[in-house]
Design a protein around this ligand. Structure first.
Ligand SMILES: [Zn+2]
Length: 214
């Protein structure tokens, strides 16, 4: 997870959210129609906010199923069903989360409300394993609510991390061959690309690059 800047509300929501909500409330149904709140134009705008990544776990969604998640669950409050600020882009793994509804959004970090600095005050990484930074309730609830420590994510992060360590290994080799202990600008740029917001699991790389002082 990292801090995201929400873009303007898609026109389709501005035009239709009032009608969609009143129709949904009148229908007596438990869930709103996903063809409305997850309309393609809404997904496109959410995609642009997160560089095509899940808002919660930072998995790249290219070629993967994209889901629109209600941050405040519809079961908690139906009135947020079509509210732009309540719509988050999610991978199917994160959208399928039982603890999501049992932990209030007020007890967890929010990628659309918290900055990278705030998130890093609560979440850290030991290689691919996500850890609470201070074991505070907020640290623990955030990881639990979004299931950021689930095995599938560990595997995805490890795969990404192997590429990073391979690069570091190659750089170290070149340093030995060229008898230097500094990094070239090109090497530094290649390392730092991993923590750019458009990269998968960029917060993990940000934490590791800081940790190893690269
Ligand atoms: Zn996810």
């Amino acid at each position: 997870m990292r801090g995201l800047q929400r873009l303007p509300e898609p026109q389709i929501l501005i035009d239709r959210k009032v009608t969609w909500l009143s129709n949904f409330l009148a229908s007596g149904k438990k869930r709103p129609d996903s063809s409305k709140y997850a309309h393609n134009s809404i997904k496109i705008q959410l995609n642009s906010i997160s560089h095509n990544k899940c808002f919660y776990c930072e998995t790249k969604l290219k070629g993967k199923r994209k889901e629109v998640d209600h941050h405040i669950e519809v079961s908690v409050d139906k009135s947020f069903s079509f509210q732009w600020t309540n719509l988050f882009l999610s991978c199917d793994n994160c959208n399928n989360k039982i603890p999501h509804s049992t932990i209030s959004i007020n007890d967890a970090l929010n990628p659309c409300a918290n900055t990278d600095i705030e998130i890093k005050e609560h979440i850290t990484f030991n290689d691919e394993i996500i850890e609470p930074r201070n074991n505070s309730q907020l640290d623990l609830s955030t990881i639990k609510k979004y299931r950021l420590d689930n095995e599938l994510l560990d595997t995805r992060r490890l795969k990404s991390l192997k590429m990073f360590y391979k690069l570091i290994y190659e750089i170290k080799n070149n340093q030995v061959i060229e008898n230097r202990n500094t990094l070239t600008t090109e090497e530094l740029n290649t390392i730092h690309k991993f923590k750019m917001p458009n990269n998968s699991f960029s917060l993990m790389f940000d934490v590791l690059i800081e940790k190893y002082n690269l």
